[in-house]
Design a protein around this ligand. Structure first.
Ligand code: WT7
Length: 672
């Protein structure tokens, strides 16, 4: 692999060590950690087993790791039974955390003063009672039981968390669909999963405006026929929300009929029972539904909340991720609650009504552990330091980032401006598939010397490495592919790894290094002389826009579903805030001529038909796209043109003029 490794044009400071004056925990040097890590990998099963023993099980396991029914789908803690709502609630309610604050939820502020219109606080007892009541309702009135499926299409309101915990209590496998996704995206996920219940809201608050969501859900249900019951949580109170008699029910009406004393015992779920399915973009048009189990997943969350976040009872933890993403599942809903933490949950965006939102929240609740993203950090850097400095951040003691590579200057800003050089700042690497953090600066509760922008070293028991095409570890400073060589709890689970598609699961992750049985992550990375891993971006055709994963093919499918478009090629170009953004090259159908209007229309089409996140920042019209002789679009060449880089190997290119065409279109429109 060629090219100097960089993140957003900044070279990687492999040798720069940033010292932290005080850290209450242990420190470790990279060599010593690597030695301990090798031992942990050799004996990972006994390590995971002893972590599992720290959780409450309804029935002990008979085997720590065993084969599932499909290749590469493993069973963790088979024979064992547990329940994540029991871990997250009952066991705290039975002890001294009973009246501890679990959630501090803040609604998006109305008015210009920036004060929240609504704050709701739930102790562990409150949350436990509400989850019991909801589980009672779902079981008794909606007939929901273990093995049924439920879809959740909601913004970040407390009810969303309560629904997830109630589903976990009953063993109802859920999928959350990000509330910014379109009806089509919702419909395809509902149908793939065969969900029979949909939970949504009347509408959501977005930057001072109210946006109807129920209407979109209704559109989706025109296409997705498996759902026969819908529960609607009242969020905006919009008076004209459409409700279909016999199918749609208001949550508050339903809950009024459930007594406070309603209890549902946590269902004993087999460790490998699917807790949820989360859809994420891959390299084909169809999103992949990754399955996470109960037992292995709980153990990984327990381990990483401790190791990477050092969470304890004195902390106020905050991760602003939406529940639509895996971070919201692992590190908003399940991880912090399993650990009995107090956490902040915030409904709004970081810059509404003013760019100081997050710092106000941190100040107001004394947030101590903060989990952010590179894009959010770069946005805040643009607003300037004053918004940060005006607010007291002395409660902060640990900061992590996730979702995309963090460029060294954004890392420095978090370290110097936000954390005032007091807090370790890390960039935890993981992905929807891994279920939880795999690589960290604070991998095993011990702090490694920090470097701006690195991910650090793999957590104990996880054998992640950077390898060449042949699967051999790369040398210091060399670029390669990130793999995980062994099995870890929290990996995609039974029955099929990917919902309904064990073949695709095996092909996607295990074919590339099939001889060695490695899990292929799809990222490229560099390893430095200390063994630190620096993930620099995706190695496949997946884009990372503001940390969100978007498949090029999915985006192209959305474009060509527009009546004017016959073919499209989407590539990413670097963006100083969002990391990268998509641009599209589109071939028009007969009878359509390029125009500024059509360009706007295509962008809007993607925005409304797929997701605002995926909207191409530019649309270029061309007469043909570079293709191989067998007709495959050569995105690599399109990308090289957009980046002004050499084309590389063009032996398989069918028609060279197509590249000139892309060049002209790009230059013609490019704003310099
Ligand atoms: C992809 C996974 C992990 C939860 C949110 C994203 C990129 C993630 C980092 C990081 C560099 C990162 C990778 C990965 N990524 N964290 N700290 N440094 N890259 O989950 O949507 O499944 O995306 O995000 O490219 O493969 P996801």
């Amino acid at each position: 692999m060629t090219g100097e490794p960089e993140i957003l044009g900044e070279s990687l400071p492999f040798d720069e060590i940033v010292h932290l004056e005080s850290w209450r925990g242990e420190r470790v040097d990279p060599d010593a950690y690597r030695r301990a890590h090798s031992t942990s990998v050799r004996d990972s099963l006994s390590m995971w087993e002893s972590l599992a023993k720290e959780l409450d099980w309804q029935r002990p396991w008979t085997s720590v790791l065993s084969d599932g029914d499909h290749p590469n789908v493993a069973k963790w803690f088979a024979g064992g039974a547990l329940n994540l709502s029991q871990l997250a609630l009952d066991r705290h309610v039975a002890g001294p955390r009973r009246n501890k604050l679990a959630l501090i939820w803040e609604g998006e502020p109305v008015g210009k003063d920036g004060n929240p219109a609504e704050v709701r606080k739930y102790t562990y007892y409150d949350l436990w009672r509400e989850v019991n009541r909801l589980a009672f309702l779902l079981r008794n009135n909606f007939g929901m039981k273990k093995g049924d499926r439920m879809a959740v299409y909601m913004p970040l309101v407390p009810e969303a968390i309560i629904f997830l915990l109630a589903a976990a209590r009953l063993g109802v496998t859920f999928t959350v669909v990000f509330s910014g996704f379109s009806a089509e995206a919702l419909a395809s996920r509902i149908s793939d999963l065969g969900a029979k219940l949909l939970v949504t809201v009347d509408g959501l608050n977005r930057r001072g405006k109210q946006v109807g969501l129920k209407e979109i859900a209704d559109d989706a249900l025109e296409q997705a026929r498996t759902v026969n019951q819908v529960i609607v949580v009242r969020r905006t109170g919009a008076p004209d929300t459409p409700m279909k008699a016999g199918r749609d029910y208001w949550f508050d009406d339903l809950m009024r009929g459930v007594p406070s004393s309603a209890r549902v015992a946590p269902e004993p779920l087999e460790s490998e029972h699917p807790l949820y399915v989360l859809y994420t973009s891959g390299t084909t048009g169809k999103p992949k539904g990754l399955i996470h189990d109960n037992g292995g997943y709980a153990v990984l969350l327990h381990a990483t909340m401790k190791w990477a976040f050092d969470i304890n009872d004195g902390d106020v933890y905050w991760c602003p991720a939406d529940i639509g993403w895996v971070t919201g599942h692992s590190y908003v809903v399940f991880g912090p609650l399993i650990e009995g933490a107090t956490e902040v949950v915030y409904e709004g965006t970081l810059d509404f009504p003013k760019p100081d939102r997050w710092w106000r929240v941190i100040e107001r609740y004394g947030v101590s552990v903060f989990y952010t993203t590179p894009t959010a950090t770069r946005m805040q850097m643009r607003f300037g330091e004053d918004f940060v400095r005006k607010h007291d951040r002395s409660s902060l003691r640990l900061i992590h980032s996730v979702g995309e590579p963090i460029n060294p200057s954004a890392w420095r800003w978090l370290f110097e401006v936000v954390g005032e050089r007091r807090c370790p700042v890390g960039s935890t690497w993981w992905m929807t598939e891994t279920g939880g953090i795999m690589v960290s600066h604070l991998p095993g509760l011990k702090l490694l010397p920090m470097k701006p922008g690195t991910n650090g070293l793999p957590i104990p028991g996880v054998d992640a490495d950077v390898v060449d095409e042949g699967g051999q570890p790369v040398g210091p400073g060399e670029k390669g592919l990130l793999v995980i060589r062994n099995r870890w709890p929290g990996m995609p689970g039974p029955p099929t790894g990917m919902w309904g598609d064990p073949e695709r699961y095996a092909k996607q992750y295990f074919e590339r290094f099939s001889a060695k049985g490695y899990f292929y992550c799809g990222d490229y990375a560099v390893k430095d002389k200390d063994g630190y891993i620096w993930v620099a971006g995706r190695a496949d055709e997946v884009l990372k826009v503001a940390g969100h994963r978007i498949g090029t093919f999915e985006l192209e499918s959305s474009i060509v579903s527009h009546k004017a478009a016959s073919e499209a090629a989407v590539v990413a170009i670097p963006d100083p805030v969002k990391g990268e953004v998509p641009i599209a090259f589109v071939v028009l159908r007969e009878g359509f001529a390029p125009s500024e209007e059509l360009r706007k229309e295509v962008r809007l089409w993607v925005r409304n038909g797929f997701s605002p996140i995926a909207e191409p920042t530019q649309v270029y019209f061309v007469n043909r796209l570079p293709k191989t002789r067998s007709g495959k679009i050569m995105r690599r060449l399109v990308k090289a043109v957009a980046e002004g880089k050499p084309l590389g190997d063009v032996a398989t290119l069918e028609d060279e003029a197509s590249v000139d065409e892309v060049k002209q279109a790009y230059r013609g429109l490019k704003v310099t």
